[in-house]
Design a protein around this ligand. Structure first.
Ligand SMILES: *Cc1c(COP(=O)(O)O)cnc(C)c1O
Length: 389
């Protein structure tokens, strides 16, 4: 008997229900492909929406920074880890997000975990969309604030909850902007109006939208023209920007406060130097090459039309690089993904607890560097599988 024996039973039960997650070894290749073992596949399961993670200009920027200052930041940002590369990147982020200031975190997950508890605590209330990303939910829990979960994008329920809540405490609404498992958008102008009406803060997680929407590629807040005093924006450098790390953007006071109080950036080593240099270059490319995001959004619109024509269940309000095909049963989603993989196509199957029960799905994510031929292969194979169902 070992005190760890319970783990085998837990793993067994995951296996039985199709919820066991396996590790695999995936080598990235150009044009949104990858290699697993001997097989080369079209990879429709990354968050590399603009294909920047393989862009030679990011590599060159990283190499220049390494040649100048080496690899690691050597300390937490508060101590001595904040280098000229960190400062420059924060300035680029603030410019992209049209805010006065920005602050780096080790990851987007760490940004949410550090920021929410810096904004609200036990006497306060936080309002959370039911489909928010796990990092937002974990941040809410860690804060100790009373948690009010409202049904997905349900403004009426949110309004009722805001009315019920006493006006003395701090109130914070948190939402994804592009929902990562559903591919739809939060009603940002309406959420901002509600927040203003009730004097609440609004934290918008633009992890999947940064680089994809808006004239400058700033995200969905930019595209919707939403700006007000209580707004806090966060995002990641690890998706469309092709690098690594998280950030918060907002007023100078907000950023000064997070610098002094957000524990996930105080007690963690600063991002590595080449990562900062590469992310800075990525933001410049996003601004300079809007054709990447245009191609991505055009591809997504066409693929959704074609998949619906094949009879797949794609939710109506999907806009952007993430296209969910709702399957329902977890084992069936896993089986479909396995059939695709045998045919050289990598698509994620997303199962509970990441999504609600009986809403397992295939999640196609497109990249601007996928050639049309690759998308055609995906479409043809899904068409075949559909006709077998
Ligand atoms: C991916 C993601 C994060 C976490 O970002 P990382 O930089 O990968 O840690 C946070 N929020 C949302 C909505 C995400 O999709």
């Amino acid at each position: 008997m070992s005190p760890l024996d319970w783990i085998a039973a837990k793993l067994d039960s995951l296996e039985q229900t199709g919820l066991q997650r396996r590790r695999r070894n995936v080598r990235p290749l150009p044009e949104g492909r990858c290699q697993i073992g001997e097989q080369t596949l079209w990879n429709f399961s990354t968050n590399d929406y603009l294909g920047l993670s393989g862009d030679v200009r990011l590599q060159e920027a990283a190499n220049r920074a390494i040649a100048d200052s080496g690899l690691g930041a050597r300390a937490s940002p508060l101590v001595s880890g904040r280098t000229p590369w960190h400062v420059e990147l924060e300035q680029e982020i603030a410019r992209l997000k049209q805010t006065s200031s920005a602050l780096l975190f080790p990851s987007g997950y760490a940004a949410n975990l550090g920021t929410i508890p810096a904004l609200v605590s036990t006497d306060d209330v936080v309002f959370c969309d039911r489909l928010n990303h796990a990092s937002l939910i974990d941040g809410c829990r860690l804060s100790g604030a009373r948690l009010r979960v409202y049904p997905h994008s349900d403004l009426e329920t949110l309004r009722r909850e805001l009315i019920k809540c006493d006006a003395d405490c701090r109130r914070l609404i948190v939402t994804d902007s592009l929902f990562s498992m559903d591919g739809d958008h939060a009603p940002l102008p309406e959420l901002a109006k509600l927040a203003e009406e009730f004097g609440a803060m609004l934290l918008v997680d633009e992890a999947h939208a940064t680089g994809i929407y808006g004239a400058q590629g700033g995200g969905l807040l930019e595209a919707a023209g939403v700006q007000f005093d209580g707004l806090i924006t966060m995002g990641t450098l690890s998706k469309a920007l092709g690098a690594q790390g998280g950030f918060v953007a907002g007023s100078q006071e907000l950023i000064d406060w997070l610098w002094n109080s957000a524990r996930t950036q105080i007690y963690s080593t600063a991002l590595s130097i080449p990562v900062c240099a590469a992310a800075t270059e990525a933001i410049r490319l996003v601004r300079a090459e809007p054709e990447r995001r245009q191609r991505l959004l055009d591809m997504s619109g066409r693929l959704q039309d074609d998949l619906r024509a094949q009879g797949w269940n794609i939710p109506r309000n999907v806009h952007g690089p993430i296209i969910p095909i709702i399957v329902g049963d977890a084992l069936q989603a896993v089986t479909l993904a396995a059939r695709l993989e045998e045919n050289g196509i990598l698509v994620a199957s997303i199962r509970p607890p990441t999504v609600p029960r009986q809403s397992a799905r295939l999640r196609i994510s497109l990249s601007a560097v996928h050639p049309t031929a690759g998308v055609q292969v995906l479409l043809a194979k899904l068409g075949e599988l559909r006709s077998l169902e």
